[in-house]
Ligand binder design. Sequence first.
Ligand code: CTP
Length: 400
Amino acid sequence: MLTSKRILLVIAGGIAAYKSLDLIRRLRERGASVTPVLTKAAEEFVTPLSVSALAGAKVYRDLFDLTDEAEMGHIELSRSADLILVVPATADLMARMATGRADDLASTLLLATDTPVMVVPAMNVRMWTHPATQRNLATLKGDGIAVVGPVEGSMACGEFGPGRMSEVPEILAAVEDFFAEGPLKGRRILVTSGPTHEPIDPVRYIANRSSGAQGTAIAAALAALGAEVVFVTGPADVPSPAGVQVVKVQSAREMLEAVQAALPVEAAVFAAAVADWRVASASGSKIKKQPGGALPVLEFAENPDILATVSQMGPGRPPLVVGFAAETDDVVVNATAKRARKGCDWIVANDVRPETGIMGGSENAVILITDQGAEDWPRMTKEAVATRLAARIAETLETE
Ligand code: CTP
């Protein structure tokens, strides 16, 4: 809920501006009040009348509107909010924010404020990937501005790629996380999830049966407690949760790189089913059938062990490292040995014999192994396991 939260919503001029209309309704349903500000360009995409009607509030449009100044100065307007939300944030507005311009009402408000700002970019893929936009993005992040999205997808302009604005539920989740007062507020936590795909050639790969359900549930549970979650995921079956920073990877080596780039974090949960081996030299072109019937022989190389690498990294090691152990025999003995071998703090062990139905299923029965010994948890849904694990992580980080 966002009861009595005051949101100043800056709508800039982009095709995604129409989504801000639905966003206004959803924010108000949750109890927030919305004060809308439109840029000149935004008025080409949404009308001030519909924005005002949905917000149930006056729309601010012009810096030099004297009535507004008499009612409420622009400085006061920007400071009377709990959060300034920019939806959509266009390449142009981001550039103006990054350079501290104040040439219209929106940019002036953004410059004159000490209220937290969250931007939700939306633009053409080339504009998003352009070094100038990426430079501006880095500047804004460095200034402490929260950024939601963009995501990859097809765009109104007909192109495909990153730049598409996050959907309303994701924006809402980010806003709710911002206001969340959970025990993990302000804690940055990494979660790996899903399988990895190890290429054989450009069209074939080696994978495993992980659905990503447990890792996804853990990321969602941590975010629900207020954590800032970096979610590094292989190609999973289930969609990534809302309200987390998603980093998509394919192979184990890409996952290691993404994990290292996400550090430092205060806790790291390695729920991914990382392939132990990759094809030593994946072919750059499709392997063809041989006329004589000779069969291809795959040679394997060992993948980096991401959990062990992070557990044993010395300076910069997250204070709490949690690994998983998928075992088919002697679960406690094997998982206890795995904890010692990899050097992590906790191991969440589970029995993945096919008859348990755990791998790819909706339930899990885990044994939590810590330096205090083994703790048997009853069989429950993967969401319940995640909630319990997240609570345990919160408890542990609090006492540190
Ligand atoms: N893991 C990892 N990187 C790898 C392999 C595994 O980070 N290359 C992590 C998994 O995310 C999990 C833990 O290590 O948290 C244990 O995974 P598991 O498959 O049970 O163990 P293995 O290391 O593969 O050991 P074994 O095959 O001997 O059971």
